[in-house]
Write a protein that binds this ligand. Structure first.
Ligand code: SF4
Length: 324
């Protein structure tokens, strides 16, 4: 871990769980004793308007954003609309985790699916022809578009001024792609999109602290059936256990967030960059007519193996902060 990361961790007081029962629920996170003495190079300035609708993909990605918005005294509501998540069991786990977290904080949780309209058929129809794309490709643009357009439409109908998305917190996501689709949705409905430095080291650490404090479920893939397929093919090649949906054990690493420092160290930017280089190489081979499983196999096995080993918890000399 870098000196900067160590300094940031020591500056964040790990007192997340201590007095929760005594705190007013609507300001619980903002009252928690995080001392952010590390200067944040990029100040999070909300756009004009104070009624924020936060599109959330899952509880772990929402924690730090909700914390920051609450700290600023903004009225924030969380909207869950993620028909990309497959299978349905995983979708329910991620949603229920988010529901519980918002209930705990008395933050309004808007469930557009509401158990009746999962919208997955529509998602698959829109993904047609892009099944083989690597993550961050056109399928992901569609996936963000679909979710942000629905979010913006709801915001407009219900008097919100500003939209934001938790997809902007993950280094596994392309910032330009996430921001571009969200901005387009906001523009279409005459709203503001809140572009923020959501991937800063400070907020990444905060995200891990909250996730560990809440012992959130740690998902093992992005969300759609294609990301599940590709992650499992990669694991198969390397002899790593398949992704597990729910249950007490994960296919790799721990099932729950439990330790902010260890979790923060689990991955780094180099690993993310390597993953996408390989995923793009496979997508190219598939486009050339190769079988997907074989395409993964022809990649340099040793490099992939070491890459996965770095993903495991432990003292691997982390090269910086990261988050899923
Ligand atoms: S990989 Fe993730 S962002 Fe891309 S289409 Fe699948 S669920 Fe959506």
């Amino acid at each position: 871990m870098s000196a900067l990361a160590r300094k940031a961790l020591s500056a964040l007081t790990l007192s997340y769980d201590t007095d929760e029962s005594k705190m007013p629920p609507h300001v619980l996170l903002a009252h928690q004793n995080y001392t952010t003495t590390l200067p944040d190079p990029s100040v999070l300035t909300p756009p004009e308007g104070s009624k924020v609708l936060l599109h959330s993909c899952c509880a772990p990605c929402s924690g730090a954003m909700i914390h920051e918005m609450s700290r600023m005294g903004l009225g924030v509501s969380v909207l869950f609309y993620n028909p990309n998540i497959h299978p349905y069991a995983e979708y329910l786990i991620r949603k229920e985790e988010n529901v519980k977290f918002c209930e705990k904080l008395s933050i309004p949780f808007i469930d557009l699916d509401n158990g009746k309209d999962y919208d997955q058929k529509k998602w698959f129809a829109l993904a047609k022809g892009m099944e083989g794309d690597a993550e961050r490709g056109n399928r992901c643009t569609m996936c963000f578009d679909m979710r942000m357009m629905r979010t913006a439409a709801y915001a407009k109908e219900n008097g919100f001024d500003v939209i934001a998305t938790t997809n902007a917190t993950s280094r596994w996501k392309d910032t330009e792609q996430v921001d571009g689709t969200a901005q387009a949705a906001a523009d279409r409905f005459g709203l503001e999109y809140w572009r923020g430095a959501w991937k800063s080291d400070r907020l990444t650490l905060l995200k891990y602290q909250i996730s560990a404090g809440e012992r959130f479920y740690k998902q093992e893939y992005c969300g759609c059936s294609y990301s599940l397929r590709d992650s499992n093919l990669w694991r198969e090649k390397e002899g790593i256990g398949k992704i597990k949906i729910g249950g007490e054990e994960a296919g790799l690493g721990s099932r729950w967030f439990t330790d902010a420092e260890v979790d923060a160290e689990e991955e780094n930017q180099d690993v993310v960059d390597s993953f996408f280089a390989d995923a793009n190489a496979v997508a190219d081979k598939v486009e050339e007519g190769n079988n997907r499983r074989d395409a993964w196999k022809v990649l340099k096995g040793d490099e992939l193996k070491s890459l996965y080993e770095e993903r495991k918890k432990g003292d691997h000399g982390g090269k910086g902060l990261n988050n899923w």
